[in-house]
Design a protein around this ligand. Structure first.
Ligand SMILES: Cc1cc2nc3c(=O)[nH]c(=O)nc-3n(C[C@H](O)[C@H](O)[C@H](O)COP(=O)(O)O)c2cc1C
Length: 408
């Protein structure tokens, strides 16, 4: 086990290790949100504010965290969120994340901007529930090529990200650069102090963007890839783009990055199979609400048939329980997985998954729910202090015992 990872008792512990191991510029790339980081903080506050009212006398001592999505078994309602340039945190970071997801029965969403290509990940992680996140490119043929490659690699779902009409203003990132893509002297000196990172990431050669190689001249490196993305990414999308993608992608289509209940309902009307309610981890519009705050409104607009996922701020297993109680079918996790990856590669990712899974199971048991099917809004303490009746079977047991005249 990578040193220190075995002593991490929670995601915050993995974050501390990641901060120690990574150069500051790359830690801030992961950890930072946009501008004043108000939305980043709200993502946590919303989970902290949501309270669970436990049911004690249920006799439940075990809980089954499994569920299903798109008709398939899902070991635990957690998917690894798409995050670009994971090779900056650990060599072949995408492959590491994908393999651990496959071993744990989770879904791995690979970013368009991943360091490894979609083909390399599919080959390295057989049996993986592999989703491909698409950033639409201005060049329609190049976009079509990416979609076709995802199909050929066996991806189950295409996840189109909709919340990057303009790139978020990430001020923490800017502090490490004298101009775009040129690190300050201070940032370079800091790199020299991170011996393990240099050995693991920098010395073998900085990663590039595996999915974009075919659009770049031979031998192009990370900087050329970043320049290509900045120039070629079609930030602002419209409903026509969603319609077009629905036409060219015959499998599951997931629309990521919506917060407005009306937009979510419109996406479902155009054929989306799932929505990811997300504020991009607070990295785009600073001031956007935490997705947890709008989740129940989105659920009531899209109805019960559409799969609803959420992300932004998940750091505890109890957060997953709260998201499910507010109407989600599952959550995506970005940073919690990346802290694990940076802290200790495969060991770190495994530890992050184990922590979230065991916290989720414990929170289920303590809340008196034995199965994910039984999680709903009735376990939550609502802001007005109203405690809804649960109608749980324990109550029926009490009544049955009372009727039988047993001594309670
Ligand atoms: C370092 C980093 C890179 C990201 N890159 C992408 C990306 O390439 N595509 C995308 O749709 N979202 C990207 N996201 C957003 C995540 O998919 C997800 O919405 C967010 O991380 C969820 O918040 P959390 O980190 O608090 O779990 C990125 C997030 C981080 C932290």
């Amino acid at each position: 086990m990578t040193r220190g990872v075995d002593r991490a008792v929670n995601i915050a512990g993995l974050r501390r290790l990641a901060k120690r191991r990574l150069p500051a510029f790359s830690f801030d790339y992961v950890d930072g949100s946009a501008e004043d980081e108000i939305s980043g903080a709200d993502n946590r506050r919303a989970f902290d504010d949501a309270k669970i009212v436990p049911r004690q006398l249920t006799g439940i001592s075990e809980a089954d965290p499994s569920t299903s999505l798109f008709g398939k078994e899902w070991a635990f309602p957690l998917a690894i969120a798409p995050t670009g340039y994971n090779g900056l945190l650990w060599r072949k970071g995408d492959v590491v994340l994908a393999r651990q997801a496959a071993n744990s029965g989770l879904i791995f969403t690979q970013s368009t901007m991943s360091s490894s290509s979609v083909e390399d990940v599919a080959e390295a992680a057989p049996g993986l529930r592999h989703w491909f996140q698409l950033y639409v490119l201005k060049d329609r043929e190049a976009t079509r090529t990416l979609v076709e490659r995802a199909r050929q690699a066996g991806c189950e779902a295409l996840v189109v990200t909709t919340d990057v009409a303009a790139l978020g203003n990430r001020e923490r990132d800017k502090r490490h650069f004298v101009r775009p893509q040129v690190l300050s002297l201070r940032a370079r000196l800091d790199i020299a102090r991170r011996f393990h990172w240099c050995l693991n990431v920098a010395l073998p050669g900085l990663p590039d963007f595996g999915n974009l190689r075919e659009f770049l001249p031979k031998g192009a490196g990370a900087l050329d890839g970043a320049t290509y993305i900045a120039r070629e990414m079609q930030g602002a999308l419209s409903w026509r783009d969603i319609e077009w993608l629905r036409d060219i992608w015959p499998h599951r289509l997931v629309v990521k990055g919506l917060l407005h209940p009306e937009e979510a309902a419109d996406a479902v009307r155009l054929g989306a199979d799932a929505i990811v309610v997300s504020n991009h981890g607070g990295r785009q519009l600073d001031g956007a609400p935490s997705p947890l705050r709008v989740l129940d409104q989105v659920r009531s607009r899209v109805g019960g048939d559409c799969a609803l996922l959420m992300d932004s701020g998940v750091r505890r297993g109890s957060d997953i329980l709260k998201a499910l109680a507010r109407g989600a079918d599952g959550v995506l996790s970005g940073r919690a997985m990346l802290y694990g990856l940076a802290a200790g590669g495969p060991d770190g990712v495994n530890t992050a998954i184990d922590i979230l899974r065991s916290e989720f199971v414990r929170a289920m048991i303590l809340s008196g729910v034995g199965s994910t099917r039984d999680i709903d809004a009735r376990i939550l303490f609502d802001p007005d202090g109203f405690i809804p009746s649960t109608g749980f079977s324990s109550h029926k047991n009490v009544m049955a015992l009372a009727r039988a005249g047993r001594d309670l």
